[in-house]
Design a protein around this ligand. Structure first.
Ligand SMILES: Nc1nc2c(c(=O)[nH]1)N[C@H]1C(S)=C(S)[C@@H](COP(=O)(O)O)O[C@H]1N2
Ligand SMILES: [Mo]
Length: 343
């Protein structure tokens, strides 16, 4: 057991991430066992006898009641889509970060500027939730989030996640390729960029009452980046629906770029001809650019990017060019050498 220190206080006492076998990244084995147990119990008539009392389901006797009980396990209507199959093409050179860390140490400025925003983020209502697709598309669409989820195929991917603040994690995300949304949107030939926007509601997000931030949070990608196979729309984490602090019900994961590009709680995708103005660019253009590709050799104006603190582990590890994804993405930047690709 180790403590992990946040601003001097002991936050978490648990097994370190790298002491866990990777398979434990999702509780899939557990989930499947439980589901089979339930099926078997229903068939065998054990349930009515209260044999499943330990699971809190003892009162239900039939198959129908049983699915109701399963659905009642959580209020998230997408819960039955988890866990999704892991895509073996996306593996890691490091252990998966402990769930408590990845879901307890967050950047989500809408709910506060420190890392401890879990409770505040619970004010965000994630149903009903709609996503608007507009701009240079064949036809504008507004989709209920669960209708969108029904049109795509979920998978799990293990990704490195590198914040510009020089800390990192390794996260088992569930979701679907951003390209699937682009295909669904049918952009016209004039579309060169994809702009993504977070919800705006200062009645639930106290950070949005800080008027000096140009809310809503906006991020953007080129179409080539958005349709790269690594660009991922995230709906879940550790084999479960995403909690609000990680950007429920839909956020981006762009693993070769600094974390601030991975916009949370998205409500709008707009296809544009011009590069969208991002929130961080508007705030601090000298520090946070449009490209923000991870590069150990290009320091932030106020700190080095050569190494990173991998949460849960002592010491630091070397930062990797494109966060270790150069093979998949370096080609995207051929001919753009004159641009500030790494800030
Ligand atoms: N809407 C919104 N999206 C956001 C942020 C934010 O403050 N607001 N922070 C970004 C930053 S700086 C990082 S590092 C990641 C953090 O994601 P995590 O909390 O799931 O690790 O979210 C990114 N997306
Ligand atoms: Mo970040």
């Amino acid at each position: 057991m180790v403590g992990w220190d946040k601003g001097g206080s002991m936050l978490i006492k648990r097994k370190r991430g790298w002491e866990m076998p990777e398979r434990e990244a999702t509780p899939e084995a557990l989930f499947l066992n439980r589901r089979n147990l339930l099926k078997g119990a229903v068939a065998g008539g054990l349930v009515a006898a209260g044999g499943l009392g330990a699971l809190g389901l003892g009162a239900f006797g039939g198959g129908k009641a049983m699915s109701a009980a399963l659905a009642a396990d959580t209020s998230d209507p997408s819960a039955s889509l988890y866990p999704a199959k892991q895509n073996p093409a996306f593996t890691l050179d490091r252990p998966v970060t402990a769930e408590k860390l990845a879901t307890g140490y967050n950047n989500f400025y809408e709910f506060g500027t420190d890392k401890d925003i879990v409770d505040a983020s619970h004010a965000l209502k994630i149903r009903p939730w709609t996503v608007k697709i507009d701009g240079l598309v064949e036809q504008e669409q507004t989709l209920a989030i669960d209708d969108l989820f029904r049109q795509v195929q979920f998978e799990e991917r293990l990704y490195r996640h590198r914040c510009v603040e020089a800390w990192s994690m390794a996260v088992p995300w569930t979701g679907f390729p951003l390209k699937a949304l682009v295909d669904l949107a049918k952009p016209t030939s004039g579309a060169k960029y994809l702009r993504m926007e977070t919800f705006k509601d200062s009645s639930v997000a106290p950070g949005q009452r800080q008027f000096w931030y140009p809310w809503p949070y906006v991020e953007g990608l080129t179409m080539a980046e958005a349709t790269n196979e690594l660009a991922f729309l995230v709906t879940g984490i550790y084999g479960k629906p995403l909690p609000t602090q990680n950007g429920a019900p839909l956020r981006l994961a762009i693993p070769w770029k600094y974390g601030f590009k991975s916009v949370k709680s998205i409500v709008r995708f707009s296809f544009t001809a011009e590069p969208p103005k991002t929130m961080w660019q508007s705030l601090q253009p000298e520090e946070y650019g449009f490209w923000a590709n991870v590069n150990p050799d290009v320091p932030h104006p106020r700190w080095s990017q050569a190494t990173e603190r991998f949460l849960g582990q002592p010491g630091r590890r070397p930062t990797l060019l494109f966060n270790g994804y150069a093979e998949q993405v370096a080609d995207l930047y051929k001919g753009l050498e004159g641009e500030k690709l790494y800030m």
